[in-house]
Design a protein around this ligand. Sequence first.
Ligand code: AMP
Length: 294
Amino acid sequence: MITIRTVDELRPLIAEHRRAGRVIGLVPTMGAFHDGHLSLMRQARDQCDVVVVWLFVNPAQFNDRGDLAVYPRDEARDAALAQEIGVDYLFAPPTEEVYPPDFSTTVAVGGLTEPLEGEHRGRSHFDGVTTVVTKMFNMVAPDVAYFGQKDAQQAVVVQRLVRDLNMPIRIEVCDTVREPDGLAMSSRNVHLSPEERRSALALHRALDAIDAGVARGLREAAALLSEARAELEAAQIEPDYLALVSADTLTPVAQVEGDVLALVAARLGETRLIDNHRLITAGAAASAMNNGRP
Ligand code: AMP
C-alpha cells in the first residue's frame, strides 16, 4: 500500500490504472477505522481492481469545533489496518491540499439536506460533505464509491449529488456494522463513558421496537414512534430526532409502506450518536431489513 499526500502524486498513478482498463474503487473516510470502515474496504477489494481509501478529517463538515478538536486520529494504526485488507492507496492529504487559503466554492444539495441532520447540525454540515465528496470524486475519479448505511441521510444526499451532476460514479451503500450487543460502530463511540455506553444501546432498542411493531403488522408511524420513544425515555434519552421517513425523499411518513427509514440521533453526554434501520414492507407481508443486525 502506498500513502499519498497530494493530487499531483495521485493522478498519474490513477491514470495508468485507467489506461489499463482497471476498475477503481474509492472508500471515503475520516479515519479512526473500525469494522464499519473495514467492511467498506473489503467490499471495494472484492469488487474493484484498484482500491483507494481517502482519509481526511474534513473540518468543513464539523458544525461543532469541540467535536473536531477531539475527533480520534491515528494514521499509523489506520494505515496498518488498510494494508492488511489489501488497499492499494491511502490518500491522506493535508488540509491545505484540500482547502487552499483562497478556497471559495461550495457544492450544495437542496431539500434532502434540510431535515434531520441538516436541522440539528446546520446547513454547513452537508455543504461540507457534498463539497469535499465532489472534490474527492474529481481528484480520484473512481468508478465506484463506497458509503455506509450507518450515515443513511449522507448516502441519500451523495446519491442525489451524483445523479444531479451526472457524475459517472456508482455509489454502493454498505450495511451498518454493529458491536455484538447491537450498538452501531462509530469512531465517536470511544468517547462514551461506561455508563453512556450502556445507555447508548437504547438507540438500538428503539429501532428494534419499530421493527418489532412492523413485524406485528403495525403500520401507523405515530404508534411505532411512541413504542420507540418509550425505549429512549427508559434510558433518559431525549433524542435530537426519532423519525420514520421515506427512504427516497426523507420526508416523514404517516404509514410504514414501501421503503422507509427509521432514524434516531441523540446526545450521550458530549457525544452525539446516530443510527437507523431500513424497513422494507410489501403490502401485508412485512420484512424488516435491519442492516447488519446481530
Ligand atoms: P466516517 O469516517 O465516520 O466519515 O465514515 C466513513 C464511511 O464509513 C461512511 O460512509 C460511513 O457511513 C461508513 N461507516 C461508519 N460507520 C459505519 C458502520 N458502523 N457500518 C458501516 N459503515 C459505516
